[in-house]
Ligand binder design. Structure first.
Ligand SMILES: Nc1nc2c(ncn2[C@@H]2O[C@H](COP(=O)(O)OP(=O)(O)OP(=O)(O)O)[C@@H](O)[C@H]2O)c(=O)[nH]1
Ligand SMILES: [Mg+2]
Length: 302
């Protein structure tokens, strides 16, 4: 055991929704983060391991089987092994099989060696409505979505605006997690998934680090000097669609790591020597105005 704790990100979603595609996107823009990637495919051949394009990541491939229901064997062994080797990588990503449930796997984020990261559950815009209505698989898809911190709507290029709206409405019946959507090649995956707040310097550096892109917008807010309870209370009234917020906040009580992933807020103390950052927020374009009003509320309350 190295004593180091690394974030655990779980990527779930039904068969063929684009999980491996997302992992590849993540690995292609890592900003130097060393990922240990676990993929758990159905069937005799671990196709997904072959589909992972990156050669830079530390690829650790599980034996086959459904992670959600075989915690007793494959995954336990691998997670204990990883926990002993956390000096070799910075972040663990587990791509679940298409029928796996994210919740039980995400709970490994609380085990020694790990900290909870993002649980992303993907839903394909062109199939989620039918899948949810399917008597055989609907329940699995519903339970997968219910475990999400943040839902990612994929394959949006295959539907029109009305189709995407119907897909969103169907997803919203299963979870109150925000839904991130947009051209999958252009969403800021590493900023969404990686735990470390981007940049450690001045505010301008941070906002430069997560530039707005098609479909999303970012803000960097200086909350230093505030009481951490005030920061939490303010985060709790954020616009519901915020995908991500993070920072090492120089609170009155000392530095705190603030992580908001979709609907989840985690605040923990940081080492006294930690470099503090503004809070960086990533949200879809449509909530830009609501975001500014929310930030104004903070400023007005200071
Ligand atoms: N048109 C379109 N195709 C996509 C998109 N994302 C993924 N795909 C395609 O969808 C198919 C399934 O993608 P994968 O990334 O393998 O999906 P997966 O969820 O990993 O699949 P399993 O691991 O088998 O459950 C592939 O052919 C991808 O190229 C997208 O945004 N648009
Ligand atoms: Mg896959």
């Amino acid at each position: 055991m190295t004593g180091r704790r690394v974030p655990l990100t779980v990527i779930g979603g039904y068969l063929g929704v684009g999980k491996t595609t997302l992992v590849n996107r993540l690995l292609s823009a890592t900003n130097g983060t060393r990922y240990a990637v676990l993929v758990n495919d159905l069937g005799a051949v671990n196709v997904d391991a072959e589909l992972l394009e990156s050669t830079g990541a530390d690829r650790i491939v599980l034996s086959n089987g459904c992670l959600c229901c075989s915690l007793a064997d494959g995954l336990t062994e691998v997670m204990f092994d990883l926990a002993d080797r956390t000096d070799e990588f910075d972040h663990v990503v587990i791509e679940l099989s298409g029928v796996g449930l994210p919740g039980p796997v995400a709970r490994w984020g609380r085990a020694p060696g790990f900290v909870p990261g993002t649980t992303l559950v993907l839903a394909a815009a062109d199939s989620v409505v039918d899948r949810l209505a399917d008597p055989l698989v609907g329940d699995t898809v519903r339970r997968q979505l219910a475990d999400a911190d943040l839902v990612v709507l994929t394959r949006t290029d295959l539907v029109d605006t009305a189709g995407a709206a119907v897909a969103r409405a169907a997803i919203a019946t299963t979870t109150d997690a925000p839904i991130a959507a947009g051209p999958s090649a252009e969403l800021p995956w590493s900023a969404i998934v990686e735990a470390a707040p981007p940049g450690v310097g001045a505010g301008s550096e941070v906002s430069d680090h997560v530039p707005a892109g098609p479909g999303f917008t970012t803000r960097a807010i200086d909350v230093s000097g505030a009481g951490i309870d005030d920061v939490r209370a303010w985060l709790e009234v954020r616009p519901a669609d915020v995908w991500r917020a993070k920072g090492v906040v120089g609170a009155a009580e000392g530095p705190h790591i603030v992580q908001v992933v979709g609907r989840r807020i985690e605040i923990s103390t940081a080492p006294e020597s930690a470099a503090t950052t503004p809070l960086v927020v990533i949200a879809p374009d449509e909530v830009g105005d609501a975001l500014d009003q929310w930030i104004d509320r903070w400023t007005a309350g200071r």
